[in-house]
Design a protein around this ligand. Structure first.
Ligand code: MG
Length: 380
């Protein structure tokens, strides 16, 4: 009995998660039909993806000449909302950076599409709105990121008996760096993540632990876990991707070698599990000891600051995300030092006036304004 292939729109198809999503399509070619591919500027890779997956729609930031050449492969260009709303799309993979995916994600939710969610900024900026709209539409939000995906796998089949969620953190690039040297670290050093190969923005977010704060926010909104029941533990091996404790004291952990293909595949096939020979299996003996270290708050000042803004709610988390985007960009371009990332975010947010229960346009405006304030603070 053959099933109809799942229609996919991949937003951010040339990025780290996007390309790994297409690896899963390659491994299971009869299960998926790529309807749309969207990226920013990596047109060379997009061109080869178009030739291989023959999407109906593309979206990218190309010149008229570049678009004509891309479309000569038989696809049309359209805006992201049109792409995700196409009747042939069943699942939308949101793997872009920043706030680009926000509006199309809501469009897709309202159209009843399943959301395979990699873009954390969507949940950070608009967690309350996105989770409420998904609940209303009966649309699942399927997290691709390894930690929320692990929590999701652990709570599967359980009822309301979660007592604690323990999110693991590798510690990022500077887990063991002397604190007095942190001010001078370069973008090149910060981009060397010990266990995961990811995009530039998220690798810097991992070094500051802003990324871990974003995962706490995801756990709160995606699974309804109260803020105070979420803990972080440093686990340098990145083999346990998160743990869930239940009221009887039992703890479930999701274990697998650090490879995003597994959580991506799990979300793409949920509720089915399939064997994929390309995904490396866990070998306890070869892996050796799994270690845990306490969280050092003073090493990661961005974390506490971010959780503080997230708990305030309203448009605070949107402003936080927008300010962080700008600060990371300025650090990558060597305009500010590593420790200044948190300082400029905090300073920019001092001017923010929060809106209660913000609508999408207010969320986007809060992010853009905070982003502009960071740039102004640094550039003068
Ligand atoms: Mg993660």
């Amino acid at each position: 009995m053959s099933k109809k292939p799942k229609g996919l729109a991949v937003l951010g198809s040339t990025g780290s998660v996007g390309t790994q999503t297409l690896d899963i399509v390659r491994a299971f070619p009869n299960d998926f039909n790529v309807i749309g591919l969207a990226c920013n500027r990596n047109l060379k890779l997009l061109q080869s993806q178009i030739e291989e997956f023959e999407p109906d729609y593309i979206h990218c930031n190309g010149t008229e000449t570049e678009m004509t050449s891309l479309k000569s492969n038989g696809c049309q260009d359209c805006d992201l909302d049109t792409m995700v709303g196409d009747p042939n799309v069943d699942m939308v993979v949101t793997a872009t950076v920043g706030d680009v995916a926000l509006n199309p994600t809501l469009t897709a939710i309202d159209a009843g599409k399943h959301i395979a969610l990699a873009n954390k900024e969507t949940v950070v900026m608009a967690g309350e709105l996105v989770s409420a709209r998904a609940k209303n539409a009966g649309v699942p939000l399927l997290p691709l990121d390894s930690e929320p995906n692990a929590i999701w796998q652990c709570i599967r089949g359980e009822n309301e008996s979660i007592s604690r969620v323990i999110i693991t953190a590798s510690g990022g690039a500077f887990r063991t760096a002397p604190l007095n040297e942190m001010a001078d670290v370069t973008p090149q050093q910060a981009l060397k993540h010990p266990t995961w190969a990811m995009g530039r923005k998220i690798t810097i977010d991992s070094a500051t632990m802003m990324n871990k704060a974003f995962e706490v926010i995801e756990a709160h909104w995606l699974f309804g876990v109260p803020w105070d029941d979420i803990e972080i533990v440093i686990h340098p091996e990145s083999v346990i991707h998160s743990m869930v404790e239940f009221v009887d004291g039992s703890v479930k952990a999701q274990i697998s070698p650090p490879d995003m293909h597994l959580p991506i595949q799990y979300a793409m096939f949920y509720p089915e599990r399939l064997h994929n020979p390309a995904i490396k299996k866990f070998d306890p003996i070869a892996t050796g000891a799994l270690t845990f270290e306490p969280w050092e708050g003073e090493r990661y000042p961005c974390f506490d600051m971010a959780i503080g803004f997230a708990k305030r709610g309203g448009s605070w988390p949107a402003a936080l995300s927008g300010a962080n985007d700008a600060a990371v960009d300025l650090f990558l371009n060597e305009k500010i030092g590593f420790l200044e990332i948190g300082i400029v975010i905090k300073e920019a947010l001092e001017d923010h006036t929060s809106t209660e229960a913000p609508e999408l346009d207010e969320i986007i405006a809060a992010g853009k304004n905070a982003n502009a304030r960071v740039v102004k603070l640094v550039r003068g």
